[in-house]
Design a protein around this ligand. Structure first.
Ligand code: SME
Length: 205
């Protein structure tokens, strides 16, 4: 099993556009398909259109998948799977959940990961501590980056807050440098907001 270590290096820029290039396009659920998981089914339709349209469709799938369910682990697990299989060029998608002291790995897709991350460490700690999404084009250039998978080159971490309460972070890693652009950030922040709205509806504005 791989360990966790700090890394340094450089990277190049790439346009990260959601598509079906992961090769699992036939497994991306439509909103109708996502709702059908209640009956144990998972029908599929690929994301199409502009990047904004693809993220809008993904958000609709996420809403349908989480609809009526408030269990944090179940919702985080299903969102990890949904996003990992819907978007290309990702090697890790998942959640770190705050236990009152530090971030602890939660549901995810990808290789086994570091278990605990203090709030003053890593990209995840920075997102949680600053309440600001961390979009890192080159993880090797981020001081204190924690390398759970040596393949990771860029990373996006969205902080998860239910009102003032820190819930955790939503973390995505890519083997490509600069995989995430502003549209990816906006789209994935919307997905994270759906998790909070579905799981902690009492905190909705
Ligand atoms: N890279 C993260 C650690 C978590 S893994 O990417 C799954 C960080 O620096 O906080």
């Amino acid at each position: 099993m791989r360990g966790c270590a700090s890394q340094r290096g450089t990277g190049a820029v790439r346009d990260g556009r959601p598509s079906t290039s992961r090769g699992h396009a036939s497994r991306s659920p439509s909103p109708r398909g996502a709702a059908a998981t209640l009956r144990g089914m998972f029908t599929s339709s690929p994301l199409t259109g502009s990047k904004a349209e693809q993220y809008a469709a993904l958000a609709a799938q996420a809403r349908a998948l989480l609809h009526g369910e408030r269990d944090a682990i179940a919702n985080a697990a299903n969102l990890s799977a949904l996003v990992y299989h819907a978007l290309p060029d990702l090697n890790w998608v998942g959640f770190y959940l705050f236990d009152g002291t530090e971030l602890v790995v939660g549901p995810f897709q990808g290789l086994p990961a570091c278990v605990r991350i203090p709030l003053d460490k890593g990209v995840c700690g920075a997102a949680a501590r600053t309440r600001t999404t961390q979009r890192i084009d080159d993880v090797h250039a981020f001081p204190g980056h924690i390398a759970c998978d040596s393949a990771s080159r860029s990373e996006l971490v969205v902080p998860l807050y239910a009102g003032e309460r820190l819930i955790g972070v939503f973390d995505l890693d890519s083997p490509l440098p600069a995989r995430f652009d502003v549209e990816d950030q906006t789209g994935l922040e919307a997905i994270a907001a759906i998790l909070i709205e579905s799981t902690y509806p009492e905190t909705a504005a």
